[in-house]
Structures are given as C-alpha cells and as structure tokens.
Design a binder for this molecule. Structure first.
Ligand code: PMT
Length: 409
C-alpha cells in the first residue's frame, strides 16, 4: 500500500548543501503515491535545478512569483490551497528566520503564510548555527505556530564539523511524514456507491440534451473513499477527460441517460453501506427520440419532454436501516431553501448544497464551496477549496454519521 496515495504535497527546498537530498525526497514521496509540487528558493537554485525536480515529480516546478503561470498556478496562493501538507527540506537558518517573522517575499514564504495545511520543517545547517539561540528561538516560534520540526541528525556535516544539523535521510523524513499524514484505512471493507458526471438524453442519433457537470466532484469522492479502504462502485455519465481512479478498489460503470443511471444505481445500491449521488441527472428526457437526424426545415422546433425518474428519491424510499444516503443540490438561487426541501423529501442523511451559478466553483471547476445540511437540522459551511479537500471533509462527516447510525456501521 502506498501510504501517501493521492496526497498533494508541497516540497519547499531552500539553499543549503543538503538540497541535493531533496531530489531523492521528492522521488520517495512520489513513490508513496503523493503528487509532489516543488518550490525552490533563489538560494536552492544554486544547488539543484528546476529541471531535475520537474523530471522526478512530473509536475511544474515553481521558483518565482513573477514568471509565466503554468497549469494551476493561476494565482500565487494556489499551491497553499492545494497542499495537503507542506514540507520544507532542507530548511536553512536564514529561511527559518524569515518564516518565523512572517515574511512573504518569495513563492515559498508566501505559500507558507497562506496555507492552512500542516507544515513540516526539516532544518539543516552548521551545528553552531543550529544551536545559536537566535535560530532556536525562531524554531520555537514556528513550533508555537503549530508547525512541526523533523529534528536534524547528528554527524559529520558538509563543513567538516561533527554535531547536530545534518538533514535526516530522505527515507526517514518520508517515514516521519507517513506517521502523521499517511492514509488511514478507516473505511476498510465498506461498500460505497458514488455517482459522477452528467447524464445525456438523446434527441436523435446525432444530438443530445446534457449539462455542465465535469465529473470532478464525484471522482474526487470515489477516490477518497477508496483511499480509506472502501470498495467503491463509481457510476458515471458524461465527464471531461478524467484519469480513471487509480485504485483496484474502484469499479467503474459507464452510463449515458438518466434511465441507464437508474438501472446501474439501483443494482449497486443493494449492497451499499453508503450512497453518494454527486451526478447531475437530467430531470427530463425527450418523449420520443427521433430515429433519424432531425432536419432543419422548420424555423421553430419544439421538443416534447417527459420527466425522468428521480433516482435519489427512490433510493430514499427504500433506504435500509444503517444505510447512509447523501445527495447533492445544484442551485442557482435560494440555495438553502431548495436544498433543505430536497434533504427532507428525499429522506437523506446529508445533503451537499452548491451554488452552480458561480464561475470559480461548482460545475467544471477544480474548486467547490458547499453547505452541508444534516437531517437533524445542522448546517455547516465549507469554504472554497479544491474538490479533493471537499471530498475529504465530506468523508470525515460521513464517517461520523456512520459511527452514530442506529445499526452499527
Ligand atoms: O461534476 P462537477 O463539474 O465536478 O460538478 C459537481 C456538481 C455541481 C455536478 C455536483 O457538486 C452537484 O451538485 N451534483 C448534483 C447535481 C444535480 O443534479 O443536482 P439537483 O439539485 O438537480 O439534484 C438533486 C439530487 O438528486 C442530486 O444528488 C442528483 O444526483 C439527484 N437526482 C436528480 C434528478 C434525478 N432525476 N435523479 C436524481 O437522482
């Protein structure tokens, strides 16, 4: 099992001789399944190159706030938001001093100041510098802030002295990170059914009615459940090109229309402990699908639509004791009113409400901002963050619901 599977790690490398070890560290983090994003300080670039890290991690490497933007780097705090945790290795005395005093004059200090993710420092420097009360005071300030230190080793240093200050071996740093950040198999053996993407309703052999769902939200949930050890059936409709979930625990079922989705979902729901319906299902379909391509002979073309089955409602009606049913609500207005109505009418345990009129969240975006509505009336606001993190919070809450379920989970 890869213990950091799916974790998004920001690796900050600062300018000390031990920077060469960060190359191996990046490789080992990746081997444990992490997605590794490297930030180099100006000093680090004297020891190691962006190219090396790009080749090792398969990700763009960042070293400046002012260069060309690459992929997700649409803003200078994107990595701060994305990170599941940040590790600075090696952390020089100078960098520790800057971080301890809240400086934000380069990409790494800015990312650290902006992140809410756990932060780890692996200090590495000459023994006298490490033991200097100024450095120790700076380290203490960072610890007070909640950041954690991976203690340097004692031994022969590059400067020829023997003492504390040597960067631990990359293998040991990874082990220390796994102990606190490693994947916990809290859902081992549980059966999840997750839906994702949009359904397509055929109009004729060429056209269809569809919606803007990309599948990203549902995929993120399926991946997170599998990461926690659950068996997942992922029923998905139309999506953007997404890589198949990287887990043998996920079985995928491709569907097209709402009726196809109903059939696949009802079948998989029988043994499911938890059902999460993130798919955007068409409420209506064309009454009669034209056998041949409709020709554009008329100025106005009227399509007669009939209602699709409400799959979630059906699941709510036949919900077993102890089964957890989670729905989504995609709204463009009156979010809370419509969402609480759906929660009640569909007999849900939890409803995830999102405002899909926004450009920076909801449909197609990598980010979402949601409200969680519980059957007992509680409402929880989840701030704008990557869908992978929303999925994690959602699964934490589902684990709580399962623990409190009348029939033990
Ligand atoms: O796929 P992404 O681009 O990542 O976007 C994510 C998302 C915005 C699609 C997702 O977060 C979301 O909101 N999914 C639900 C979309 C939707 O169909 O909402 P709704 O309010 O119309 O439906 C309410 C619930 O009933 C949903 O759980 C839906 O799956 C279900 N439903 C709806 C209609 C129907 N006929 N059968 C259903 O089961």
């Amino acid at each position: 099992m890869r213990m950091l599977h799916g974790k998004k790690v920001v690796l900050g490398v600062t300018g000390g001789i031990a920077a060469y070890k960060a190359v191996e560290l990046a490789g080992r983090l990746k081997k444990q399944g992490a997605e590794v994003h490297v930030i180099l300080t100006e000093g680090a670039k004297n020891f190691v190159t962006e190219l090396t890290f790009r080749e090792i991690t398969g990700q763009p490497v960042t070293s400046t706030m002012w260069g060309e933007v690459a992929n997700f780097q649409v803003e200078h705090i994107a990595l701060a938001r994305l990170a599941d945790f940040v590790i600075v290795a090696p952390a020089t005395a100078n960098f520790i001093a800057k971080a301890a005093h809240g400086m934000a004059d380069d990409m790494l200090t800015t990312t650290l100041l902006a992140t809410r993710a756990p932060v780890y420092f692996a200090p590495a420097m000459n023994t006298a510098m490490y033991e200097n009360p100024i450095t120790q005071e700076n380290i203490e300030r960072l610890i007070q802030q909640g950041w954690r230190m991976i203690e340097p080793e004692t031994g022969m240093l590059a400067c020829g002295t023997i003492g504390a200050g040597r960067l631990p071996e990359p293998e040991d740093i990874v082990q220390a990170l796994i102990e606190t950040e490693g994947v916990q198999e809290t859902l081992a053996g549980k059966r999840f059914l997750v839906t994702a993407g949009g359904t397509l309703e055929a109009v004729d052999p060429v056209r269809f009615l569809g919606n803007r769902s990309s599948g990203k939200m549902g995929y993120a949930i399926a991946e997170e459940a599998a990461r926690r050890g659950a068996f997942v059936t992922l029923v998905f409709g139309a999506t953007v090109a997404l890589p198949a979930p990287d887990s043998p625990l996920v079985t995928t079922v491709r569907v097209e229309s709402a009726q196809d989705m109903r059939e696949a979902v009802l079948k998989a729901s029988e043994g499911a402990d938890v059902i999460i319906k993130a798919a955007a299902v068409a409420d209506y379909r064309v009454k009669e699908i034209a056998a041949d391509k409709i020709k554009k002979n008329d100025e106005v073309l009227t399509l007669e639509l009939v209602k699709n089955p409400d799959i979630l409602k059906e699941l709510g009606e036949k919900k077993r004791a102890g089964q957890i049913l989670v729905g989504f609500a995609a709204e463009t207005q009156n979010l809370l009113d419509y969402a609480s109505d759906k929660l009640r009418k569909k007999n849900l345990d939890l409803l995830v409400a999102n405002d899909v009129s926004r450009k920076d969240a909801g449909f197609a975006s990598d980010y979402n901002e949601v409200k969680l509505l519980y059957a007992d009336g509680r409402i929880e606001d989840i701030s704008l963050q990557p869908k992978s993190k929303i999925a994690r919070i959602l699964l934490d809450r589902i684990e709580d619901l399962c623990a409190a379920a009348p029939v033990p989970f």
